[in-house]
Design a protein. Structure first.
Lengths: 516, 90
């Protein structure tokens, strides 16, 4: 019963914050989607962090260390890159957003290039990014509820929890399904009600929780294994039939997952892809001023690096020593369940839940803006026929549909490890990045170059992701050990440059409007 | 107080240093230490990654103090203008 009570309390607090935000908000698109550009530095920092840190970091990253060894530590170097990007791209995006009243990423790109095709492309890339990212959060919700209630037995007549099955009335589901549904439905309801304000306010609470959960999780693992040297010493000694001794603390690692080419490329894909994603992009717009972004950059780089190096790394490597044979994505949960009293373990489960919910709500909310603003009001109700209230309600419908779709996919068997799903999202979001080059940095970038870059980048991403789908069997997945997102972005950037050299940039007036 | 030109030069230098740090951590530099060796009980690869992460964060903090801390909000009040070619969608 204890896990249910603790999780219930956590959900009630989130719900309460969501309701407060809803009562404070106004039914205008500006307020619903970007909090009327009013977020101070603490909210900005925590909402950017909470959006960034998800089930990917709390469950998936320890799983990757568990499976492949220390190579995944190098993935953590994407955090300083992301920190720098909060200022380097966040500041100019905030400035242009404020100057021209942008709400979505497509607003900016379509305005600079005067192109509805680019508006649709950017919106579609954003949507393709959001669905897998939401899926992995709900999958995380399923895992955590499943593990934490595995020994629970509750019988209230109308409600029974036993043997990893939950029965309510005549309706029975596995605890994995119940966890995914619970996380998805609570997230969906408060996001629908309160929009960006609810998302940001809950993110502040969730962001603080997830930092505590990650760091304390690392400390607990170190303590169990007799200190840092005990943990690393035992990880170094891991060996098996296909695992030579020492492979857990060297590259390419136990399952040969991390050649240097891969750690070089997937870190860049994750760093640039995450910070160009629609959810983060809209957080730059939402900031009150440059100071909020400037301070967020420092807090983000320092705090999240500490969480990764002293939390995730210890949990993943230590987890392999403690539990040689569990589902990799559940290793943190297994540590909590076995070594902590149930009430304390349940609290830490809520910190993981916080990470999953904070990212799911941010991205579902961003997706509602993309569909409502860039597709619905532009093409179905053009000329401003969609009023403020209508836009908000269409956004709410989109969040509902996207949540149902994502949770349905998350319940499918064998959809892959959490990090693998997350990296697909990041690789797709990365293809949006070159669309920023014209508005922010290079006056020579053209509409044709940007469109060609996105099309070819996505095509190459797809082919290098699964060459076998295209009858190419000579190369493995991610040819030459280079991440498919990196192949895509290289072709994207090269196409942007070459095609721009032979086509016309936007008018001088537009260029001056953006680059003054 | 640095001039705009000096700031530009310093920014460029810091970018080069950041790229160098990245090449050392996640690029060919990591091959220098790719051995199953523990230093004070900690794998050399972990220390290498942590060390370069600290260098990168230090560069960001240095840039914050030297380049970015004093940049001001030079924009108009929010919501004054609409996206060009957008109609009245807000």
């Amino acid at each position: 019963m204890t896990p249910l009570i603790v999780i219930f309390l956590y959900l009630v607090i989130n719900f309460g914050i969501g309701i407060l935000a809803w009562r404070r908000g106004r039914v205008t698109a500006d307020d619903y989607y970007i909090s009327a550009r009013s977020q101070g530095f603490m909210v900005t920092a925590l909402t950017i962090m909470a959006n960034f840190f998800s089930a990917f970091a709390m469950l998936g990253a320890p799983g990757m260390l568990y499976k492949g060894g220390i190579g995944f530590v190098f993935f953590m170097l994407n955090v300083p890159i992301c920190g720098a990007l909060i200022w380097i791209i966040g500041k100019p995006l905030w400035r242009l957003g404020k100057r021209f009243g942008y709400i979505t990423p497509s607003d900016l790109v379509a305005d600079y290039y005067q192109s509805d095709i680019l508006r649709v492309f950017i919106a579609l890339l954003g949507i393709i990014f959001v669905i897998p990212y939401a899926v992995l959060q709900f999958q995380g919700g399923g895992y955590l509820f499943d593990v934490i209630t595995q020994t629970s037995r509750v019988d209230l007549g109308f409600f029974i929890l036993a043997d990893r099955q939950m029965t309510l009335g005549g309706f029975s589901v596995s605890t994995f399904t119940a966890g995914a549904l619970l996380l998805a439905s609570v997230t969906m309801i408060y996001t629908i009600m309160g929009g960006m304000r609810a998302v940001s306010w809950t993110n502040v609470f969730q962001g603080a929780l997830l930092v505590i959960g990650m760091l304390v999780g690392g400390i607990i693992t170190v303590f169990i294994l007799g200190g840092v040297t005990g943990l690393f010493g035992q990880a170094a000694a891991i060996k098996g039939p296909a695992i030579p001794e020492g492979s857990f603390i060297t590259l390419p690692g136990a399952a040969k997952m991390y050649p240097v080419t891969m750690i070089f490329t997937f870190t860049l894909v994750a760093g640039f892809g995450t910070m160009a994603s629609p959810g983060q992009w809209m957080r730059y717009y939402s900031a009150k001023g440059p100071d909020a972004l400037r301070r967020s950059m420092i807090i983000f780089a320092v705090v999240l690096s500490a969480c990764y190096f002293f939390g995730t790394a210890f949990i993943g490597l230590g987890g392999r020593v403690l539990f040689p044979d569990v589902i990799p994505d559940t290793v943190f949960l297994e540590i909590l369940h076995k070594y902590l009293p149930l009430a304390v373990a349940s609290f830490f489960v809520t910190t993981i839940m916080a990470a999953a919910m904070s990212t799911a709500n941010s991205n579902l909310h961003a997706m509602s803006a993309l569909v409502t603003k860039d597709l619905y009001s532009r093409f179905l109700r053009p000329g401003g026929r969609a009023g403020q209230r209508e836009m908000v309600w269409v956004g709410r419908a989109v969040i509902t549909v996207a949540s149902v779709l994502s949770v349905w996919i998350s319940l499918k068997p064998n959809i892959g490890m959490i990090v693998q799903i997350g990296l697909i999202s990041m690789a797709v979001a990365l293809q949006m990045f070159p669309s920023l080059i014209g508005p922010l940095y290079w006056k020579g970038a053209t509409r044709a170059g940007t469109i060609t870059g996105i099309i070819l980048g996505m095509a190459v991403l797809l082919v290098t992701f699964k060459p076998a789908w295209f009858g190419i069997s000579a190369f493995g997945e991610s040819p030459l050990g280079i991440h498919y997102g990196f192949w895509g972005i290289m072709v994207n950037l090269a196409s942007l440059y070459l095609v721009s050299k032979f086509t016309s940039p936007p008018t001088q007036e537009t260029i001056e409007r953006f680059h003054k | 107080m640095l001039t705009a030109e000096e700031k530009k030069k310093l920014f460029r230098k810091l970018i080069y240093l950041f790229i160098f740090a990245y090449l050392m951590s996640n690029g060919p530099g990591v091959l220098l230490v790719n051995k199953p060796v523990l230093i004070a009980g900690i794998p050399i690869l972990y220390l290498w990654a942590l060390g370069w992460a600290i260098v990168q964060i230090a560069l960001i903090i240095y840039a914050y103090y030297k380049l970015w801390r004093d940049e001001t909000d030079d924009e108009t009040a929010p919501g004054q203008s609409q996206p060009a070619g957008e109609g009245e969608t807000k």
